[in-house]
Design a protein. Structure first.
Length: 191
């Protein structure tokens, strides 16, 4: 009988501590309290996004808009396919014969824009990537706004992000454009 009371007592303590944690989280959410650590832990990284090399702490594959451009070469692990004084292009192929090309642009030796072309095999693949990337960008930058056949997000540091379906006929794909505008407008991204 004493064993049963002991088990009930331990379960009661466990529930008490769990409720204390839930209450603290609820109070922080209600007060609008945010910090960088809490914000990045809520970013959903699905298998698709992990395959793309995304994480919760950077704009794209370990690179942030505004980073030193020279750091892109040491951070980006994909295959370099073009490079000049204005940009560097990388490509990565996935196991299902889909691929992504990433172009990192620079201004004043800083990453000023990132353009990504996802070459996909089917409408379900486009829809899956679009859903995952939409949730990823919503978690990082707030709720996006519709723009033509895409969505636009504005980041806290003036970043503008565009996710656009560029599928035509049997050619399926998505385009992601990111730029550091300083004023939060997606001027060049709408092209």
């Amino acid at each position: 009988m004493n064993k049963q009371y002991g088990i009930v007592f331990l379960l009661g303590i466990a529930l008490f501590f769990q409720n204390c944690g839930d209450t603290k989280q609820t109070k922080e959410e209600a007060s609008g309290s945010t910090n960088a650590t809490a914000a990045t832990t809520d970013v959903p990284i699905t298998d698709r996004l992990a395959e793309l090399g995304l994480n919760a702490n950077n704009d794209w594959r370990g690179v942030n808009l505004g980073d030193d451009f020279a750091e892109v070469k040491s951070t980006e692990k994909a295959e370099l396919f073009e490079n000049d004084e204005k940009h560097a292009g990388y490509t990565v192929e996935f196991k299902n014969l889909e691929s992504a090309d990433m172009l990192y642009y620079q201004a004043n030796q800083k990453v000023s824009a990132i353009e990504v072309d996802l070459y996909l095999n089917s409408r379900p693949s486009v829809d899956g990537f679009q859903k995952d990337l939409g949730a990823y960008f919503n978690a990082r930058y707030g709720t996006g706004k519709p723009s033509g056949n895409g969505m636009v997000w504005t980041g806290p540091k003036g970043q503008s992000i565009l996710l656009k379906d560029v599928s035509k006929g049997k050619d399926f794909g998505l385009k992601i454009s990111m730029e550091s505008t300083g004023n939060g407008t997606a001027t060049a991204l709408a092209k």
